[in-house]
Design a binder for this molecule. Structure first.
Ligand SMILES: Cc1cc2nc3c(=O)[nH]c(=O)nc-3n(C[C@H](O)[C@H](O)[C@H](O)COP(=O)(O)OP(=O)(O)OC[C@H]3O[C@@H](n4cnc5c(N)ncnc54)[C@H](O)[C@@H]3O)c2cc1C
Length: 273
């Protein structure tokens, strides 16, 4: 898997947006977001298990994006039918009409197959930005916890916080992903980086909970807001730990991104038990 970066030839306003297909347009309208006809302009291996994919569409110059939101991309499944998988926007460059996605080459599903084979020049359809979780302006401080699928969303949220904000960040990454840089201006504790055991080994969330225990966080959250993202059982364990430590339920925004025991549904969401 070599680096296949190209220059970004796109600039906002250059060229007309390509039309999106009927099904993508209908889905976008139903979800109340934009339909996008993306062109891949760069693919860079940040680590053996992590690719940064830069996509372009003139429409991205004008979209509303809250850091934490994602693009829902149409990818082929093995039968050739198109399904969707969601990837958080790591950064948006309106001047170039591009978005960066941090995508994992983990698992054996259609999303991972797309990530492994994506190349500059590829064209794909998507809808978004979408998602309901982004930093709360009324929070006294921010706690961001998750696994490596949460890198894009959590680091984008972190970088969106103003200089006077306080944030604590705990992220669990595979050994093939490693620590990632950020350009936050807020007062940041961490990121505390936790190396994940191979998927399927050990109890979900144990290493992240150990890291939280060591941080000696204020009891009950003290007006902070927690944002959790990643593997479904892990997110459940993290939420349970916070509630057990007195955090009010409405101070926790949790989102399951994938499941270690089964594939996500065709529309990109993990099944609930
Ligand atoms: C709102 C949202 C935002 C997301 N943002 C990102 C993002 O920014 N970057 C990103 O990489 N992912 C992100 N994800 C997760 C990504 O969409 C899922 O991991 C997706 O299921 C992968 O699709 P797949 O087709 O490869 O695997 P699936 O078809 O879902 O699963 C196939 C098999 O692979 C396993 N598997 C799936 N994901 C992983 C994994 N991460 N590690 C190990 N095994 C896995 C499953 O357990 C299953 O056995 C996001 C998900 C959501 C809902």
């Amino acid at each position: 898997m070599g680096d296949t970066a190209t220059d970004h030839p796109a600039a906002a306003g250059q060229g007309s947006p390509r039309p999106v297909s009927g099904p993508t347009a209908a889905l976008a309208e139903r979800m109340g977001v934009d339909g996008l006809a993306l062109r891949v302009v760069a693919v860079v291996d940040e680590a053996p298990g992590l690719r940064r994919v830069t996509v372009e569409d003139p429409r991205l110059a004008g979209v509303v994006w809250h850091p934490g939101q994602d693009l829902t991309i149409s990818v082929p499944n093995p039968g050739g039918r198109r399904i969707t998988r969601r990837y958080s926007i790591r950064s948006l460059d309106r001047s170039r009409a591009t978005a960066d996605l941090l995508t994992l080459v983990h698992g054996d599903g259609p999303g991972a197959a797309w990530v492994a084979s994506v190349e500059p020049g590829d064209q794909l359809e998507a809808i978004g930005p979408r998602g309901k979780i982004w930093p709360r302006e009324d929070a006294a401080w921010h706690l961001l916890v998750g696994d490596d699928t949460y890198l894009g969303a959590s680091l984008a949220m972190l970088e969106s916080l103003p200089a006077e904000a306080e944030a604590t960040v705990v992220l669990e990454v595979g050994a093939d992903v490693g620590e990632q840089a950020h350009r936050a201006v807020a007062r940041v504790r961490g990121p505390v980086w936790v190396t994940r055991n191979p998927v399927g080994s050990g109890e979900p969330g144990v290493e992240l909970v150990d890291a939280l225990e060591r941080l000696d966080l204020p009891a009950g959250g003290a007006g902070g807001h927690a944002y959790l993202g990643g593997e479904a059982k892990t997110v459940g364990v993290l939420r349970g730990w916070l509630v057990g430590h007195g955090w009010p339920a409405d101070a926790i925004s949790a989102k399951a991104y994938w499941r270690a025991d089964r594939a996500n549904q065709d529309h990109g969401e993990p099944e609930k038990d």
